[in-house]
Design a protein around this ligand. Structure first.
Ligand SMILES: Cc1cc2nc3c(=O)[nH]c(=O)nc-3n(C[C@H](O)[C@H](O)[C@H](O)COP(=O)(O)OP(=O)(O)OC[C@H]3O[C@@H](n4cnc5c(N)ncnc54)[C@H](O)[C@@H]3O)c2cc1C
Length: 190
């Protein structure tokens, strides 16, 4: 290793490109955020007016996350950033309100999907069963739904998006409905 440390191993996994290279952005005078991206407004505009970012590089003020600055490295997020940026370049003055989403295909086993993101949580609620490979795991903080990860239950995602944006803490009845795979998330959580 660079430090001179030698480690014996049968295999080495190289994670290349996992930290964004911000040199160009820095040289251009853009502000770098705490999460390592280019700090942007809710309109995805940088501190240099007229310069916008989309995708992995974009660290934006997210209205649906209470104004927190988020930076998310997912394909769907980059895709939707592009739409918001295009509208704002055309002068529409719209905040980015899309709930971040990603899917990932795991080694032929199936596909997981996630909406959020939850940077921290203090409660998890399982809806469905790991054994039957059909579940949604809900992540809550102080009773608020922050994120949901699903495997085989894509139908839960729309309600998850609404709950994340809703910003209302759930009571015991609503939590029980989240956990019950037969409940109707559109009617039983309201
Ligand atoms: C191994 C891996 C697996 C992933 N799996 C998933 C997944 O399962 N699900 C998911 O949602 N996301 C996944 N991602 C993340 C997803 O690919 C990224 O979030 C998405 O591609 C970001 O889009 P982007 O446009 O911001 O950047 P990119 O897709 O990286 O595009 C940036 C482009 O800019 C070009 N470029 C860079 N510097 C310059 C320069 N100076 N001049 C000109 N061009 C330049 C690059 O060559 C590149 O083509 C994965 C990423 C990796 C690396």
């Amino acid at each position: 290793m660079q430090s001179g440390l030698e480690l014996a191993a049968d295999m080495a996994v190289v994670g290349a490109g996992v930290i964004p290279d911000m040199l160009l952005a820095q040289k251009a005078g853009l502000q770098i955020g705490e999460r390592g991206g280019v700090r942007c407004s809710s309109r995805l505009e940088t501190a240099v007016l007229g310069v916008f970012t989309a995708g992995d590089i974009c660290e934006y003020e997210s209205v649906i996350h209470g104004g927190a600055h988020v930076r998310i490295e997912h394909w769907d997020v980059a895709f939707n950033h592009g739409k918001t940026v295009a509208l704002n370049m055309l002068g529409r003055d719209v905040p980015h309100l899309e709930v971040p989403y990603f899917y990932s295909v795991l080694a032929g086993l199936g596909e997981l999907e996630y909406v959020g993101p939850a940077y921290e949580w203090d409660e998890e609620i399982l809806r469905g069963s790991f054994e039957e490979a059909s579940f949604t795991n809900w992540y809550l903080k102080d009773g608020f739904v922050k994120a949901a990860l699903t495997w085989g239950r894509s139908g839960d995602l729309e309600a998850a998006r609404e709950l994340i944006v809703d910003g209302t803490p759930l009571d015991e009845r609503q939590r029980a409905a989240l956990a019950d795979p037969s409940s109707n998330l559109q009617t039983d959580i309201r």
